[in-house]
Design a protein around this ligand. Structure first.
Ligand SMILES: NC(=O)c1ccc[n+]([C@@H]2O[C@H](COP(=O)([O-])OP(=O)(O)OC[C@H]3O[C@@H](n4cnc5c(N)ncnc54)[C@H](O)[C@@H]3O)[C@@H](O)[C@H]2O)c1
Length: 271
């Protein structure tokens, strides 16, 4: 049986070709999800994504909607549209994230708040708005509802050059475990996936920032150096990272809540 049969999911930050959110949507569809609502603040790639999804997975199980995760009104609208299209909600993937490089001295309060707004407040709002519907998932699935937060190796590794991102991802981890305790009695499981370097548009932008900052001379050199920081000497691809989300979304993980899945090639073992 398909691992996500009859499940309906909302995934944030999934509107960009080549990113983790879209890879998660594809993996969910491959595993038989009844409905996947990809959302993003930017819909520049919408036409190409719709065509790709229809081609690979057929019509009717995939939608792409505009959602700014920092807007509670946007969340309410997306949840209403999800229920109107697919009838219920079983899985929420809080995946949208941004990064603005800098240390304490070079980061403005405004930039720090921008990063916290997306990486922390967006997860808080998604959890808050979707929880009532996710609490009904236990009537359909033994694993109940599932919230999966895309945190990062940044949740547990310091980086003085990227303070906002690391602080926000550490806060996201604490939000995950507090929510796991709060929503356990309602049979909603809340877990986090912590990707290491995964080759997406966000990381490519980060590598360019490092090169501009003089840390490495080319992005290729940066990519190789980051791989070399892991015991496996490799970086991840979005499709690899997506496997961890399938497990947490499925009933195979029905006894798993508050867990951190380190999908980081072992880089975290050094911290
Ligand atoms: N790629 C990596 O190496 C890596 C490593 C660790 C963690 N992560 C995390 O994985 C997640 C996905 O990252 P990615 O690498 O696929 O990056 P990405 O930039 O390709 O994807 C992030 C998406 O979030 C969207 N977004 C930004 N602000 C938003 C907002 N206010 N509301 C809704 N959507 C918004 C962007 O438009 C983008 O499509 C992020 O949370 C990121 O922090 C990535």
């Amino acid at each position: 049986m398909a691992r996500l049969q009859n499940k309906v999911a909302i995934v944030t930050g999934a509107g960009r070709i080549g990113n983790i959110g879209l890879a998660v949507c594809e993996a969910f569809l491959r595993e038989g999800a009844a409905g996947v609502v990809a959302t993003d603040i930017l819909l520049d790639d919408a036409a190409a994504i719709a065509a790709k999804m229809a081609d690979t997975h057929g019509e009717g199980r995939f939608q792409l909607l505009q959602l700014d995760v920092t807007s509670e009104a946007d969340w309410q609208r997306v949840v209403e549209e999800t229920v109107a299209s697919f009838g219920h909600l079983d899985v929420l993937v809080n995946n949208a994230g941004i990064s603005i490089h800098g240390g304490v001295e070079s980061t403005s309060l405004e930039d720090l708040r921008k990063v916290m707004a997306v990486n922390h407040d967006g997860v808080f709002l998604g959890t808050k708005v979707c929880a009532p519907l996710l609490a009904e998932a236990v009537n359909r699935h033994p694993g109940g509802g599932s919230i999966i937060n895309t945190a990062s190796m940044a949740s547990y590794m310091p980086n003085a050059n990227n303070i906002g991102y690391h602080v926000s991802k550490a806060a996201e981890r604490m939000l995950t475990i507090c929510s796991a305790v709060e929503f356990g009695p309602k049979k909603i499981r809340v877990n986090s996936v912590h990707p290491g370097t995964t080759m997406t548009p966000l990381i490519r932008q980060g590598l360019e920032d490092y090169v501009r900052g003089g840390l490495w001379s080319t992005t290729e050199e940066a990519e190789t150096a980051l791989a070399g920081m892991t015991p496996l000497n490799m970086n991840s691809q979005p499709e690899d990272t997506a496997h961890a989300f399938v497990y947490l979304a499925s009933d195979e993980s029905r006894f798993v809540t508050g867990a951190s899945i380190y999908h980081d090639g072992g880089i975290g073992l050094r911290y």
